[in-house]
Write a protein that binds this ligand. Structure first.
Ligand code: SF4
Length: 273
């Protein structure tokens, strides 16, 4: 169900942040179409936003497009590699997603990307709006229902099979650059690796990003953690997750690339990992 709720973003909070340096996308200016209250259909255990404050799958209007365009003005002439919609939750929940993408592209003449958990991709309208982007990264952290519940903690009604089928459908419709982003929390068994290989072969993304949580996770939502870029020494309560080792990530990435022919990238990990 969709609702055109009153926008909830307070005027004082800018919907544009950065630019941040992304290990995969270069210099990236962030747009937050969600606003001050973190809102997502997942509540991932590693989320840099902390515990998600508003868990929902219904789309709504959070930040008016006019405010986003206004917040972009101080960043002109937008000398960045990409403008990325991510921010304080799941960007496809924003009912004005298509309008934002169209108008930001027209205003800035920069490539625009979206980081999404893909939970709304079963909806043709969302796929159509998302396809306006130049690049899209979808999240695929789980290869079983149990792993989805444990890692992504979705709102009720989201199944792994539906997610995967809708990713494949989106791939067929999307002419831009599609990445699959996967966070590895523990080394995967051979059976889990085989299942993942089958799933990504069917999705056929242009590239795969393998990562492991190396940054502290805020316990509560912090606006400065938007775009997965929290400070190294935060002044708020955080929890440290145990990442897998760089060797485990590399071995799995090499195997994945050899088996699928799809380029696999991982960020440089701190020496302690
Ligand atoms: S990591 Fe992304 S998908 Fe997961 S809870 Fe945070 S905002 Fe939502």
């Amino acid at each position: 169900m969709q609702s055109l709720a009153t926008p909830v973003s307070p005027e004082g909070v800018s919907s544009v942040y950065g630019p941040v340096t992304s290990w995969r996308y270069g210099r990236s200016l962030g747009i937050d179409p969600i606003g001050a209250i973190s809102t997502c259909s997942f509540d991932c255990v590693y989320c840099q936003l902390g515990e998600i404050e508003r868990k929902q799958r219904d789309r709504a209007l959070f930040v008016p497009t006019s405010k986003i365009l206004q917040d972009l003005q101080p960043f002109a002439p937008w000398q960045v590699d990409v403008i990325t919609l991510s921010g304080s939750g799941e960007p496809t929940l924003a009912l004005n997603l298509g309008e934002i993408l169209t108008q930001v592209k027209a205003l800035t003449s920069r490539p625009v990307g979206v980081l999404t958990n893909g939970t709304l991709l079963a909806e043709a309208t969302v796929r159509r709006e998302l396809a306006i982007a130049d690049q899209v990264a979808v999240k695929l952290d789980a290869v079983s229902a149990a792993m989805l519940r444990r890692v992504n903690r979705p709102v009720e009604g989201i199944t792994l099979d539906e997610l995967w089928q809708s990713f494949c459908q989106f791939r067929r419709e999307f002419a831009g650059r599609l990445s699959v982003q996967t966070m590895v929390l523990t080394p995967w068994s051979s059976a889990e690796q085989e299942q993942y290989l089958a799933m990504v072969r069917a999705i056929a993304p242009d590239e795969i990003h393998l990562n492991t949580p190396t940054r502290p996770r805020p316990l509560r939502h912090q606006l400065e953690a938007r775009g997965n870029h929290p400070p190294e020494q935060p002044e708020y309560a955080v929890r440290y997750l145990k990442p897998v080792s760089a060797a485990v990530l590399k071995e799995w990435g090499d195997r994945l690339q050899a088996a699928t022919g799809i380029p696999v990238y991982s960020p440089p990990l701190p020496p302690s990992v």
